[in-house]
Each structure stands twice: as C-alpha cells, then as structure tokens.
Design a protein around this ligand. Structure first.
Ligand code: FAD
Length: 677
C-alpha cells in the first residue's frame, strides 16, 4: 500500500468536546495553524452538560458569543430546598439566590452542550476564516515525542499517526433500544465498550486511511477515558463511590409547585433528586438510584438501568406530588467517582485538558465549565509559544494553575456529593444523617466555588506574587522544579497590591462600567479585554488634570514608548504598536473637562496613517447618561488621584500591579514571558 501522507502542524487537538473546541477557538483567535480531530462523526445534539457558570459566560463574552448563549438559555434565579418535615412528607424549607448577588455581570444559566458546541464551531469558523474545521471520524493510533527536540522552539517533536474511520465505525451504538428518548449511556462511565483499541483494530482490518502528523504541540481533550492520557502512560488517581445516579431530560406533567426552579430535594428514605429547569419546557432530573448498587468489582450493572427504573425512583422521591412525562429528550446514568490526573502534560509538548484529567459528579454543573476553563488557561499559552510570541517557560504554569483547580474541585465534589446523596438527618441527634443547615451552608459556599470566580492562581513567571509555586499551585515536584517565580517579599507585594485592592494578582479582572473618553459610550471594562491573544497594560491614569499627576503619566508613557523597552521590542517589524501588548487607560478626571488629544500622550491612543487616532483605548470613570455610574476606581480599589498600573494576561487574569514609577517592575514582567527583539 502507498506510504501514508505526512504533514506538519503547529497544534494538534485531539477531541472536539467543550475543552477541545475551546482550545481550537484560541488557535483561531490567535491565528495559529491548528487541526482538531474527533473520533465521532457528529457533535452532541442533546443531553450531557447544561449548566453555564458566571466565569464561562465571561469567557464566552471575550470570544464573542455570550450574547447567543444568554438569549437562548434558561436563566436560573433561585434554588429551592425541599426536605422531609416531622411527618416525613417533603416540603419547601428554604430559598436562596442561585448566583451570589453582585458576583459577576452574568448569572448561572442552562443550555445543553450541543448548542454550546454549535456556538464554538461557528466562532472557530469565523475567526479561523474556515481554516480550522473539526475533522470527524478521525482518531489517533500512535503518539511519540522526540525528547531530544522538546526544547527546540522550531521543532515538531510530536508525531501522531491518525486514522480515518468509516461512517459506521464513527457512529456510537445506542445501548438501549425502544426507549422514548436517545440515551447517553455510550458516553457514561458505566460503559466500557467505547474502546479505541477495538476501533483501531476493526478499522485496520478494513484498511482505513492513515496519515502521519508532526506537531509542535498536542492537546488531548479526549474525555474521561482519554486515549492521549493512556498513550502517555499517565493516570487518573481516585476512586468511584457506591452512589449511582440517573439523569433524564423530560417535559414534565406535574403538580409539583417548584418544577421551574432549581431544586434540591431530600426525601426521608427514597433518596435525593435535583431539578434543573431548562430551555424549551425541558426539565432535567438528577435522580439517586438506590436500587442499583455496584457489584464486587465496584461497577454497577448498566443493563438494569432503564428510563422506567430511573423515573419510578423520581416519582417516589417527589411523592405525594405527582409527576409524569410524554416526551423524554435524553437520559443516562453514572456512578459518582472523583479522579484527577497525576500529570497534566508530558515534556510541555503534549497537554491534557478537561475530563481527560478530572472526573467528578455532574450535579454542581462543573464538568463542562472546568473543562472549558482548563482549555481557556492553556490555549493562549500554547498558541503564543507556538507563534514565537511567548517563552516556552510559561507552559509550566498550566499544570501548577489548573491541577490546583482540579484538586479543589475534587475536594468540593466529594463534600457536595456526600451531602447530596446522604440521608437527611431525622433530628439534631442524628449524627449520621445530613442536617439541612449543613446542606444549605455547603450550597452557599459551593455557589462561590462553582461560579468559577474564586480561582486564584499561584505565583509563576506570569503571576507576580510572593511564595512557593508548588505550595500555592498543585504541590507537585514538577511544579517545584519548572515554575519560575519572581523574587518579591510579602511586604513589598502587599504594598503593590494595596494600589489596586479590587484587582487581586492571580484573579480574573472583575468588571465595572467605564465610559469611552471619545464617544461617552458606557462599557463593562471586561468587554474591552477580548480573547485575541494580547496581553494588556491597564494604566489607571488617575486625575489627569492635575499637573503633578500628568507629569507622572507622561514620564510613564515616555518609558512605555522607548525603543529599548518591552512594548516596542515585543512588536513585530512593521506591525501596529498594540499587536502583542495593548495599553488601555482609565482616568478619573471629569470626562467633559478632558480632551483625548490634548491630555493623553500618543502611545495611549496610537496614530495610524490610514486609520487616524485610536479612539477605543482611553476610558473614564464617570457617570453615564443612561446606564448609571460604574464607580470603577472605588470598586477596583485604586486611588483616584494617583492611579496605578496593572498587567493583565490574555485570559483576563491579573499578572502584576505597581506604581507608575515602577516601570522597571513592569519591564521585568514582560521580559519574563515575552520573546523580545
Ligand atoms: P468530552 O465532552 O467527553 O469530549 C471528548 C471528545 O473527545 C468527544 O467528542 C469524543 O468523541 C472525543 N474522543 C474521545 N476519544 C477520542 C479519541 N481517541 N480520538 C479522537 N477523539 C476522541 N457536566 C455537567 O456540567 N452537567 C451534566 O449534567 C453532565 N452530564 C454528563 C453526562 C454524561 C453521560 C457524561 C459523560 C458527562 C456529563 N457531564 C456533565 C460532564 C460534561 O459533559 C463533561 O465534563 C464535558 O463534556 C467535558 O468536556 P471535554 O471536552 O473534556 O470531554
């Protein structure tokens, strides 16, 4: 047979679920040559993940499709808790807001994974000018890393052999026939048959087409049974529990009063149920299956699980209320287990993201969110290193930052699932049961964690704060060895951080409204931090009308503009000055008393021969005509007279804070992560 065709690509992504699509999105936005393959012949059309947390929506906004999601989704406003009363009958015992008030400009919403994947695909098509397309029915059969070349920036050290499947091979079989809706058991962790080795064997027998790809970087986003992870010899550590849950997406016919609220229902003795109201009249029920228990091997017998079995469990939990359905959109079952990858990359050349490195129960709506957020953390790093914009060194921060988040997630999920699957306490003396105070408390705390907004990355070359990278990261030897930190005492750091107390170094930039200086339009400041692969310097210019402050700003800008400093040295020959690092300004003087061209140095609103001045870089903290006052200086904790300077990473996390005089510190930050001429 003819030799397989060979090609080079900067980034190869394996798996086109939420994590893989997020990674591909970054490649499209950063203009990196990339391919993405998936063994399945279609995307998901129904079922699976549905909850979208605040941080994911902020991320979607940075990519340009939060509006589509926001419009189409069902908005979750309140959580109702139902518990047995003294008579054993369930009753509503509490209500809390679903999203902590004031946390983000978005709140938690639900829309099924298939729609999210659609938005991603449209966005990738648009930004890559149709050059990055999911290649479906394609799976890898071997992966090798040439370790002698891993530190060579120009090399393609990863070789992956890809095989194209036939249509039939790429179509998953439904496990149960004759049920009212499509089932997702083929992707459930109760099933083992979805086996790559088997597919490769069958496909070989039919001489499927194969191809050899040489990649600079590979990102494995191929789900919980990740082939990429296994082929690297990496493992998931952790265990399965005995809790088995069913999931059904139905249009309910019921007299239960809170069916359009998110509900956590604990019955006295029939187990627990969670209600998630969804788009298009659908409601998702998560139902504890007390009748199904794992066997000696620790696995439950999936053949016993049918929609009827799951639904009758729901009916028992909800009694005396009645519930029935005519239409079921999707159903599945899963066994709760918490596992985490022992390593998130090999040689900083092959990375793992999403379910490939952490699995847990889906009830807190974390799976899809954390998976996408992994790839949001990783994508720009890989993309910018592949393009030669960033140093390879920054890649080590992926494991220290995201494995830590996964560890926190697993810990959170262990607590949350135990409280959810446990029997409610009969009274205060019942120590084995779960008390409702304990449950409510966990929910309130859980909401902060679940929003994705409490993530605080530890020190690294791109997060300037004191302390031990491993200790504040994932604690691994690898992090200890590879993650470089800045030399900074706690005292020095606290002084810097106090300049912008509302912008903690390591956390995402929160959003408050500011006005465009040139046109008075209000913007949520985060909307200006687009995911286009650029770092940002945010200059809080303070009271620009005071002569002393103006002199400080001018001095800072002169250094910014100097040819020997990072801004000009990062910019490729002949490209605009904001190509790699964009400078944004927020000042605190009165809008109507200031003039863009008169009061602000040119580097803050650069001039282009063909396009004129840039009117979209200078903002003011002032009152708007129609949308109130964002009070940005107060909310960011910045002195409105003196201001400060903040360096922001391409994924909106704060990397560095300092005084206008501390140009040296800013220069050092960028020297640490950018490739400068
Ligand atoms: P996946 O979405 O699993 O995507 C992996 C992709 O890789 C798939 O498209 C797969 O076809 C492809 N692939 C796998 N192996 C290969 C290979 N060898 N070669 C090429 N391609 C490959 N989360 C929630 O938040 N709420 C829920 O209600 C919820 N319910 C769930 C129900 C089930 C049955 C499952 C399995 C998961 C559920 N999740 C839920 C979790 C959520 O769907 C995942 O956390 C999320 O999809 C993870 O995204 P991912 O991209 O990492 O992996």
């Amino acid at each position: 047979s003819p030799a397989p065709k060979e090609s080079n690509v900067d980034v190869l992504i394996i798996g086109a679920g939420p994590a893989g699509l997020m990674a591909a999105c970054w490649m499209a936005h950063c203009g990196v040559s990339a391919r993405i393959v998936d063994k399945r012949n279609t995307k998901i059309f129904c079922g699976q993940a549905d909850g979208l947390q605040c941080r994911s929506l902020e991320i979607f906004d940075s990519l340009g499709f939060a509006d589509r999601t926001w419009k189409e989704a069902n908005h979750m406003i309140e959580i109702c808790m139902w518990n047995p009363g003294a008579d054993g009958v369930i009753r509503r015992s509490d209500r809390i807001p679903d999203t902590i008030v004031g946390l983000s400009r978005f709140q938690q919403i639900v829309l099924h994974q298939g729609r999210i994947e659609r938005f991603f695909l449209d966005n990738i098509k648009k930004y890559s000018k149709d050059s990055i397309k999911v290649e479906r029915g394609v799976l890898p059969e071997s992966l090798e890393i040439d370790t002698s070349k891993v530190e060579d920036d120009a090399a393609y050290p990863v070789t992956v052999k890809l095989r194209t499947l036939t249509e039939e091979e790429a179509t998953p079989a439904q496990q149960q026939t004759g049920s009212k809706g499509s089932d997702g058991l083929f992707r459930s962790n109760l099933t083992n048959e979805d086996d790559e080795d088997d597919l490769i064997r069958k496909s070989k027998a039919r001489a499927g087409e194969s191809e050899i790809v040489h990649a600079k970087y590979v990102i494995g986003c191929d789900g919980a049974r990740s082939w990429t992870r296994r082929s690297l010899g990496l493992e998931l550590d952790g265990e399965a529990t005995d809790f088995i849950w069913g999931v059904m997406d139905i249009i309910p016919v019921t007299d239960f009063p809170d069916i359009r609220m998110r509900c956590a229902i604990h019955s006295a003795s029939n187990g627990s149920l969670m209600v998630i109201p969804r788009e298009n009249r659908l409601v998702r029920l998560y139902i504890q299956l007390k009748e199904v228990t794992p066997d000696a091997s620790g696995r439950a017998d999936k053949s016993k699980i049918t929609p009827d079995l799951i639904f009758s469990a729901a009916q028992k939990i909800l009694a005396p209320y009645k519930i029935d359905y005519e239409y079921c959109d999707w159903w599945t079952a899963y066994q709760i287990g918490q596992r985490i990858g022992n390593s998130f990359d090999a040689e900083r050349r092959v990375f793992l993201a999403g379910d490939a490195v952490h699995t847990h129960s889906p009830k807190a709506g974390q799976g899809m969110n954390v998976s996408m957020q992994d790839a949001y953390n990783l994508g720009w790093k890989v993309g910018l290193v592949a393009k030669g914009v960033c140093k390879r060194e920054i890649l080590s921060s992926y494991q220290s930052e995201r494995r830590r988040v996964a560890q926190d997630l697993i810990e959170f999920d262990q607590k949350f699932s135990r409280l959810f699957s446990g029997r409610p306490a009969k009274d205060v003396m019942d120590a084995e049961g779960v008390s409702m105070e304990e449950f409510k408390d966990a929910f309130l705390k859980g909401n902060m964690f679940a929003s994705g907004l409490s993530v605080n990355y530890g020190p690294s070359s791109i997060v300037v704060k004191p302390g031990d990278a491993a200790e504040q990261g994932d604690g691994s030897e690898k992090t200890k060895k590879l993650v470089k930190t800045h030399d900074l005492s706690l005292e020095e750091f606290n002084k810097k951080q106090a300049l912008a107390s509302g912008l903690p170094v390591g956390m995402r930039v929160n959003s408050f409204k500011v006005l465009n200086q040139a046109c008075a339009r209000p913007w949520h400041f985060q909307e200006r931090l687009k995911a286009d692969g650029r770092f940002r310097v945010v200059l809080f210019a303070g009271n620009i009308l005071s002569p002393t402050q103006k002199a400080r700003v001018e001095k800072f800008c002169a250094l910014l503009d100097a040819p020997e400093n990072f801004l000009r040295r990062a910019t490729p020959e002949g490209k605009p000055i904001d190509s790699i690092v964009e400078v944004l300004t927020i000042h605190s003087a009165k809008r109507t008393e200031t003039e863009l061209l008169r009061d602000f140095p040119e580097v803050l609103h650069p001039f282009d021969e063909k396009l004129g001045w840039d009117y979209n870089k200078v903002f003011v903290d002032d009152e708007s005509y129609h949308e109130g006052y964002g009070d940005a200086y107060k909310n960011y904790g910045v002195d409105s007279e003196r201001g400060c300077v903040v360096a922001v990473r391409p994924d909106q996390y704060v990397g560095w804070v300092g005084e206008l005089e501390d140009f040296g510190g800013l220069q050092e930050y960028f020297e640490g992560c950018l490739v400068l001429k």
